[in-house]
Design a protein around this ligand. Structure first.
Ligand SMILES: [Mn+2]
Length: 460
């Protein structure tokens, strides 16, 4: 028995608002399907987030239909579950459409019973549990699973009560598992609940393979008598999902390799990772003055492939024109992020050296950090920021240090350092509004050099 395990395809994702990135996500899926077919797998699993959106465009649907026709022509069944990106609260999702066309068998809890060449249904108190079935010679495999569910739902409906392995079985889920997320990204604070919905022990035992999706980094381990795997996204998700990271140690760049992208082919329950060649993402971190940054980036630029996407993360004490730096890097896309890292020399009325958080209200801090970035997206964000709310906000009193978002671990989807796009503005503003009400006490700003323009002028 041989099968492919693919997840987090994200068809239709125009990453960084670049339409050609959606084509590249589609291309990676096409390659994965072609390889699976070439290697003559018996069936293919898609563990959620085939689509980037629950309402894919006609063009995206057409891509999915074309690519899934390939295994269909060869008589290779494809089993799928919906992920958090492409599930719907309505009765019919894009997956139902693909199923109707005979391109995919949807697994999970459903209102109606489904019986087909590769599906069977069991009545449960939560509805019909539709399972996948594959038979070959005298061997048969059952594929259990369901779409992405919230932590709250899973608490009321433990997977152990829903799923029981029967013979050789696979469990397919699109969820984050706390222990595994922590193994990949480091220990998470108790408050950080949106990275996982399950604990490892919540997974029912006795399955030979746990085909997971949701975490965008490839990861393989064992669980009970089986193997547990996340293939990760087929394309790089963001600059936290880098191919290579160059970190400045004060003197030189230290390179670190990231994780490969691809999927698994599992033969006799033994998974083998199939790497796909995808667009390289390179993350460069530097903290240096303009002259050093220019010299070192020029030296580094010879190592950057032209097709790469590059993030240049600059920490500076005094701003300078970043366009001089981006010119040095010949890459397809360069995203610049700048951050102030400078000791303040001013004094608060009490005579202490203040922290920036005490000096500036959150919206000002944000504007300071964004100014100097030349990427279109950031400029839009700055404009939105200046037009938006938050400017009448008061400084927090000293004891209530505001939460520093930069220090929070990666957002969902396993991605340290995910950029905040303008789309998150609404939410942030709401949060600020809520915070505003709770902050009544105000400290006085130091009289000199305390406004935004003074700060941007630097070098007091
Ligand atoms: Mn995903």
């Amino acid at each position: 028995m041989k099968f492919a395990h693919i997840a987090d395809v994200h068809l239709g994702f125009e990453q960084y608002r670049l339409p050609y990135r959606a084509d590249e996500f589609a291309e990676a899926f096409r390659r994965a399907i072609e390889i699976a077919v070439e290697k003559k797998v018996d069936f293919i699993l898609i563990a959620g987030d085939l689509f980037h959106s629950s309402r894919p465009s006609p063009e995206t649907l057409k891509q999915a239909m074309e690519m899934l026709s390939l295994p269909k022509e060869k008589g290779i069944p494809v089993f799928g579950i919906e992920g958090n990106h492409d599930r719907t609260q309505r009765r019919v999702s894009a997956y139902h459409l693909l199923e109707k066309l005979g391109l995919l068998y949807l697994i999970g809890l459903r209102e109606e019973k489904v019986e087909s060449e590769h599906q069977t249904s069991e009545k449960t108190e939560r509805g019909w549990l539709v399972k996948g079935v594959f038979e070959k010679g005298n061997k048969s495999v059952e594929i259990h699973g369901m779409k992405y569910m919230s932590a709250a739902w899973l608490e009321k409906n433990p997977p152990k009560e829903i799923f029981r392995p029967e013979g050789d079985s696979i469990l397919m889920l699109h969820q984050g598992v706390r222990e595994l997320v922590e193994e990949m990204m480091g220990k998470l604070p108790e408050s950080q609940r949106d990275y996982y919905e399950l604990r490892l022990g919540d997974l029912p035992k006795g399955y030979l393979y746990y085909a997971l999706g949701h975490i965008h980094r490839a990861f393989l381990t064992s669980y009970d008598i089986g193997k547990l795997a996340y293939p990760g996204s087929l394309q790089r998700w963001d600059f936290g999902d880098y191919e290579l990271r160059y970190r400045w140690d004060g003197n030189t760049f230290k390179p670190t390799a990231g994780n490969p992208k691809g999927f698994y082919i599992v033969e006799d329950w033994e998974p083998r990772f199939i790497e796909l060649k995808v667009r390289p993402f390179i993350d460069i971190n530097i903290k240096a003055d303009e002259e050093t940054a220019k010299r070192e980036l020029k030296r580094l630029s010879t190592k950057i492939p032209e097709e790469a996407f590059v993030r240049l993360d600059i920490r500076w004490e005094k701003p300078y024109d970043v366009s001089k730096l981006t010119e040095l890097i010949k890459a397809r896309y360069v995203y610049v992020r700048t951050r102030f890292e400078r000791k303040l020399t001013g004094r608060t009325p009490t005579g202490e050296v203040p922290k920036p958080e005490e000096y500036f209200i959150p919206v000002e801090l944000k504007a300071i950090n964004l100014t100097g970035e030349k990427a279109i997206e950031s400029i839009e964000e700055v404009v939105e920021l200046f037009l938006g709310e938050g400017w009448d906000e008061k400084l927090p009193k000293k004891s209530e240090e505001p939460e520093r978002k930069e220090d929070a671990p990666a957002k969902k989807e396993g991605s340290p350092g995910k950029e905040k796009g303008p789309k998150t503005q609404g939410k942030e503003q709401r949060e600020k509004k809520e915070r505003k009400d709770s902050e009544k006490k105000v400290i006085k700003r130091p009289s000199k050099g305390s406004n935004l323009l003074d700060w941007l002028g630097g070098g007091r």
